[in-house]
Ligand binder design. Structure first.
Ligand SMILES: [Zn+2]
Length: 200
């Protein structure tokens, strides 16, 4: 059957490349966007365009932000002796909402995954390691990657790389309170707080 709408096909094609969307949900979303309320679709297109134009990586922590330094890195009141390493801005947000952590961050934007061919070089880890090397205020790295094979591989790599550069920086992994396999983004605030502070 010839395509009813090449434009629709193109949109579905773009949507199904997003994480978590298969062909069926991509097609449902595309149809929903275009069926009645086209205003909604245009608002989405506009928001996407603005975000792509304005958002960059924080120079220090690598998170997504509108300025050179994100508000957390720019905040002089944050504890400069600690860096918490998280997988994504969503995990960073989850930790921020607990209000239990007042240090700084490094956001990996992914995890090492030998299966999917993602090595350390894809994760901007050099940016973190330069910071480890140069930042004399730094005393502790807290690794908050998930307890999955990829999260473990990433934590292991970072711990090794950090201790090869500095022996006066303590590296620990958040340990208690979060069951294996549960990702930070989906964990409630109290659980994360107890994970961060229960580890001592
Ligand atoms: Zn930052």
């Amino acid at each position: 059957m010839p395509s009813l709408s090449p434009s629709l096909d193109k949109l579905i094609d773009a949507l199904k490349r997003l994480p978590g969307l298969g062909p069926r949900s991509a097609s449902r979303i595309a149809q929903h966007l275009l069926a009645d309320e086209k205003v909604q679709a245009l608002a989405l297109a506009h928001a996407l365009e603005q975000a792509v134009k304005n958002i960059k990586r924080c120079e220090l922590c690598n998170t997504l932000t509108d300025s050179e330094l994100c508000p957390i890195c720019a905040d002089e009141a944050r504890d400069k002796t600690k860096i918490c390493v998280v997988e994504s801005p969503a995990d960073q947000q989850a930790l921020e909402e607990t209000m239990a952590y007042r240090g700084r961050y490094f956001v990996l934007m992914g995890l090492i995954s030998p299966v999917q061919g993602v090595g350390a070089e894809r994760l901007h880890l050099q940016k973190l390691l330069n910071r480890v090397q140069d930042d004399r205020d730094l005393k502790e790295i807290l690794i908050a990657t998930p307890f999955t094979p990829e999260g473990d591989a990433t934590a292991h790599f970072i711990a090794k790389a950090v201790s090869a550069r500095r022996n006066d920086v303590r590296v620990s992994r958040y340990a208690r309170g979060i069951p294996a396999g549960v990702e930070l983004e989906y964990t409630d605030a109290n659980t994360i707080a107890s994970a961060i502070f229960g580890r001592r």
